[in-house]
Design a protein around this ligand. Structure first.
Ligand SMILES: [Zn+2]
Length: 120
């Protein structure tokens, strides 16, 4: 059963938008609002959705590099979708299991190659 590529593309594109926002946000010192979030009321131009704020806060630790790296992975995955090579390992050419793609839609490597890479 092939994964739903339209769904994957949509997921990758929304993730890309979030990362781009996070990367921009990290350049602004003190961009996080008060913990209460009261200040965000009435700001129509800035959708302060709590999921995004949590996400950005999590990313805040050593963001820069990681977010940009992840953004690159996502753009590469979108490129593979265009080329029709999405879902195959870029190292060994084997099919990446659907469950892995579901968990990590931008995965470029199969589990074995990912492990090998992480081990250095
Ligand atoms: Zn592989």
């Amino acid at each position: 059963m092939a994964p739903d590529l339209d769904e994957i593309r949509a997921a990758l594109e929304s993730e890309r938008v979030r990362l781009q926002a996070a990367i921009k946000g990290v350049n602004h010192e003190g961009s996080l609002e008060e913990e209460t979030g009261d200040l965000s009321i009435g700001r129509d131009d800035h959708i302060a959705d709590s999921a995004t704020e949590t996400y950005m806060r999590e990313l805040d630790d050593g963001l820069g590099e990681n977010a940009e790296h992840l953004l690159g992975e996502i753009e590469a995955a979108l490129g593979r979708l265009e080329e029709g090579t999405y879902g195959t390992c870029t190292a060994c050419g084997k099919k990446i299991p659907d469950e892995r793609l579901h968990a990590v839609p931008w995965a470029a490597l199969c589990v074995e190659d990912k492990r090998a890479q992480e081990q250095g």
